[in-house]
Design a protein around this ligand. Structure first.
Ligand code: AOF
Ligand code: ZN
Length: 368
């Protein structure tokens, strides 16, 4: 097996952690000796053993403790994330690699957790273990993109979604909700909503569209709906609004008090923050609520301000082959200096019949 094939297996194992490990990262581990796999494991659930420990246990189970000890001596550990050097829910993995006298570590990326970030690798090197960093690093960044954004930028992972016409219009002034993209694109947006912990809009869009912001067209009936976050002061909350058709949490973020009707108070919160940096404060508030990702849906004021401030990790643009003309509401409209367009990377192109979906990634994360 080549190193690449072994690392591919690491990724398959890591992915098995699914939704059970958050807020921890998805991690897989394969241990090899003389080109053969002697143990494999993954982080199965938050608070449980780390991938490295599970791989060692797998080796011990397969070969017995004594034979495993010999096999692990001078073995190679493959992991998609740097082994941890801290004791939180579980002891540091670096100690295990040192205890069992591993010869080499092949790992994709550093752990963005500021408590670790290179310290694990340093410890292993100091113990004489050979460390190779960077194999399949792009895949590793993608796999744990939410974990990385949460730690590196201390905010939720942010996806900005824009549905526009060929002339970059996202609606028609004063016309409420206007259909831009086709049914298949809309279905895809509902998938996107499901993949995020929250959906965010500006108060202008709430007043104009009265949206439900729920995940419809879902494959499963038991859908956990994302939280809804509305930014802005210009809100007159009424119980009959589309937002409240399901029972998800709704957060109104404002610098002034927003009155919430009494029958709604259970799941509806006014995050009032009169400070200048309300958005940053909102981000840490959302992280505290375990909301680790945001889908920003509109309107143009909100997503343009996020684009110019760099508050995004992915930008997804759906374009329908229609022209609205000068009466239309302009979509992306950010001044060149603040957008720093050079930093975007094209990630994927898809089409839904006549509609085009293009996904861009913001700049590569530094330091991991
Ligand atoms: C690893 N292997 O499988 C994982 C790691 O709360 P704990 O004790 O599980 O520690 C969580 C931190 O450890 C987490 O924030 C991340 O930095 C790292 N996760 N590290 O060596 C693993 N899941
Ligand atoms: Zn660990």
């Amino acid at each position: 097996m080549t190193d690449f094939e072994v690392m591919q297996r690491v990724f398959d194992l890591a992915a098995k952690g699914g939704h059970n490990v958050a807020p921890n990262p998805l991690v897989g581990c394969v241990i090899t000796k003389n080109g053969k796999i002697i143990g494999e494991g993954w982080h199965k659930k938050y608070g449980g053993h780390h991938a490295e420990v599970n791989a060692i246990r797998d080796c011990q189970k397969k070969f017995g403790n004594n034979a495993a000890k010999k096999l692990l001596h001078k073995s190679t550990f493959f992991v998609n994330l740097e082994p941890c050097s801290i004791e939180k829910n579980t002891p540091p993995c670096t100690e295990k690699l040192i205890e069992f006298k591993a010869k080499k570590l092949v790992c994709s990326i550093k752990d963005p957790n500021p408590l670790i970030n290179g310290r694990g690798i340093k410890k292993l090197k100091q113990a004489g273990i050979d460390v190779q960093l960077g194999l399949m690093k792009d895949e590793a960044r993608k796999l744990n993109k939410i974990f990385i954004a949460n730690h590196l930028y201390s905010r939720p992972f942010i996806t900005i979604k824009v549905a526009q016409t060929l002339d970059s219009k996202i609606g028609l002034r004063g016309a409420g909700q206007v259909r831009i993209t086709n049914n298949k694109s809309i279905k895809d947006v509902h998938k996107l909503r499901k993949e995020h912990d929250s959906i965010m809009i500006g108060s202008g869009t709430l007043n104009e569209d009265n949206p439900m912001l729920s995940t419809r067209f879902s494959l499963s009936k038991k859908i956990s709906q994302p939280m809804k976050v509305i930014i802005g002061n210009n809100v007159n909350v009424k119980s009959k609004m589309g937002l409240f058709k399901d029972f998800s949490k709704v957060i109104f973020a404002s610098t002034k008090e927003i009155v919430i009707p009494k029958d709604l108070t259970k799941n509806v919160i006014n995050f009032k923050n009169a400070k200048q940096n309300i958005v940053e404060n909102l981000f840490s508030y959302l992280l505290d609520l375990n909301c680790r990702s945001i889908l920003v849906e509109g309107g143009n004021k909100l997503f343009n301000s996020f684009l110019s401030k760099g508050y995004y990790d992915e930008l997804i643009i759906y374009t329908a082959p229609k022209i609205i003309g000068p009466e239309g509401i302009q979509g992306i409209d950010v001044d060149v200096d603040s957008f720093k367009s050079k930093m975007l990377t094209l990630d994927a192109i898809e089409n839904f019949e006549n509609d085009l979906k293009v996904t861009y990634r913001n700049k590569k994360p530094n330091g991991i």
